[in-house]
Design a protein around this ligand. Structure first.
Ligand SMILES: C[S@@+](CC[C@H](N)C(=O)[O-])C[C@H]1O[C@@H](n2cnc3c(N)ncnc32)[C@H](O)[C@@H]1O
Length: 458
């Protein structure tokens, strides 16, 4: 990479970081809007710098506040972001200090701030000199790289695990695949990967999952275009098998609703492992995301009925025929997938949780009316917060006499990966390399004759 190209990548990374930190843009959107400004070969570095600088935001800001003697003007906030990008490289990446300093200083010129190039130079050189003194965290935020409210909430909800959760959130997530078992088993796909020189392993308890030793571009994966494999965290893969194998295995021609389906990861899995006569309706309220469901299904060669609709308003789209199984992969804070989306730490607010819980309850209420007697609704979030998980499902069970929890996991190996909650189960982020997911299977009683049947019966 030429010096100019190296400086450009750092300048664009600083603009991406600034877009998230100062303007509240999502990291995915900021990358999508800026990625084309650097050469294709430099995009992996661009992502690494942007993700890393946001993942370590509080620690880097603590260091910046120590080494910048005079506060930057509001209109020069992008230079603050550039310093974060520079410090991240010095502290976390194996790039020689002198190269980082020279390219980051040059990046200030790319950002049309030539007068601040000297300040960037002085600050980075000072950090290289005083590294140890500058590194001491000043508070819990800079120690754990999370906002205070998140540290507090995770500590309250997980008094024995909060530190492990925060540490896991600061790691880079592994890349997981899901073998399309209509085309090849996970073991067969593992062999194909090995033949292609790609190292990977299986995980006990999640039968279609394959974990790559190193992330790969999807086009490097054997059979990706043909649909032999998909990218999906293994914790997310628990949904389809739980709903189909554990809850609906006895039924023929089961009618299943995937209520919050886009981009269709779990829809595709349901169709891959479900019986040929499975009738699947995929619903999502975001018109713009609907197309991603059909694209995903087309690639794996499966089909479902897909509609854009508000799942909490069945009167607008439901034909009145009950579903045997419903997957509610509810919109949530995504606090279980911070490893993949470090901007969540900056964009989410404590006050979001109450509003999310209201939507989650509204979805549960509406979907319950569409569930057939003895059918199962699997409530899923990628959150670790009780306010979106067992508090929502617990309240639902208390207020619905016809609802019981089906806590019998037929796949015993999954037990080892999960924590039992008052209602439902939690996979904590980082457990066996998995994302954080919450699952609760709610079953509808058949009134009146089943009223006294104990839960173990189901
Ligand atoms: C966690 S994502 C679903 C991920 C998806 N199940 C998968 O595995 O690929 C939540 C989805 O819920 C959708 N959503 C939010 N509120 C909704 C509503 N009221 N009705 C239907 N979909 C909704 C969002 O557009 C988003 O696509």
């Amino acid at each position: 990479m030429t010096k100019s190209a190296g400086a450009r990548v750092r300048a664009v990374a600083a603009e991406i970081v600034d877009a998230v930190v100062s303007r509240g843009q999502s990291l995915d959107a900021a990358i999508a809007a800026n990625e084309s400004r650097v050469a294709p070969d430099d995009r992996a570095l661009l992502r690494m710098l942007s993700y890393g600088s946001l993942r370590h935001h509080w620690r880097l800001q603590c260091w910046i506040d120590r080494i910048v003697s005079k506060a930057l003007r509001k209109r020069d906030r992008v230079i603050n972001a550039l310093l974060a990008v520079g410090l991240y490289q010095i502290a976390e990446m194996r790039i020689p200090d002198h190269a980082v300093v020279s390219e980051t200083v040059e990046a200030a010129r790319h950002l049309q701030r030539p007068k601040l190039a000297g300040l960037v130079n002085a600050c980075l050189r000072r950090f290289v000199r005083e590294r140890i003194a500058a590194c001491e965290p000043r508070d819990e935020q800079s120690e754990w790289n999370h906002p205070s409210w998140m540290i507090e909430t995770i500590r309250k909800d997980w008094p024995d695990d909060w530190q492990a959760i925060l540490s896991a959130n600061n790691d880079r997530a592994p890349m997981w695949l899901r073998a399309n078992t209509r085309e090849n088993s996970a073991q067969e796909y593992l062999d194909r990967l090995r033949d292609a020189g790609i190292e990977a392993e299986l995980i006990e308890g999640i039968p279609e999952a394959v974990r790559l030793a190193e992330p790969q571009a999807v086009l490097n994966l054997p059979g990706f275009v043909a649909g032999d494999v998909s990218v999906q965290d293994a914790a997310a893969q628990v949904a389809a098998s739980w709903l189909l194998c554990d809850s609906l295995s006895e039924r023929t021609a089961a009618r299943v609703l995937d209520a919050c389906a886009a981009p269709g990861g779990k829809t595709g899995h349901l169709l891959e492992i479900g019986p040929d006569d499975l009738s699947l309706l995929a619903v999502d309220s975001e018109e713009s995301r609907i197309v991603s469901i059909s694209d995903n299904l087309q690639r794996i060669g499966r089909d479902a009925t897909i509609i854009a609709a508000d799942a909490s308003k069945p009167e607008q789209w439901w034909d009145g025929v009950p579903f045997d199984g419903i997957l509610l992969d509810a919109p949530c804070s995504a606090s279980g997938v911070i490893r993949r989306h470090p901007d969540i730490k900056l964009l989410r607010r404590a006050s979001d949780l109450a509003g999310l819980a209201v939507s989650q309850q509204a979805l549960l209420e509406a979907l319950w009316t569409m569930l057939a007697p003895s059918g199962t609704l699997l409530y899923v979030t990628c959150s670790v917060f009780a306010a979106e998980n067992d508090e929502v499902t617990g309240q639902f069970l208390e207020s619905h006499d016809d609802a019981i929890e089906n806590d019998v996991l037929q796949n015993n190996n999954i037990h080892d990966l999960m924590r039992r909650k008052a209602c439902g189960y939690q996979i904590l982020p980082g457990t066996a390399g998995l994302d954080g997911f919450y699952y609760a299977a709610l079953q509808k009683r058949r009134f009146p004759e089943d009223t006294d049947v104990p839960a173990e019966h189901f």
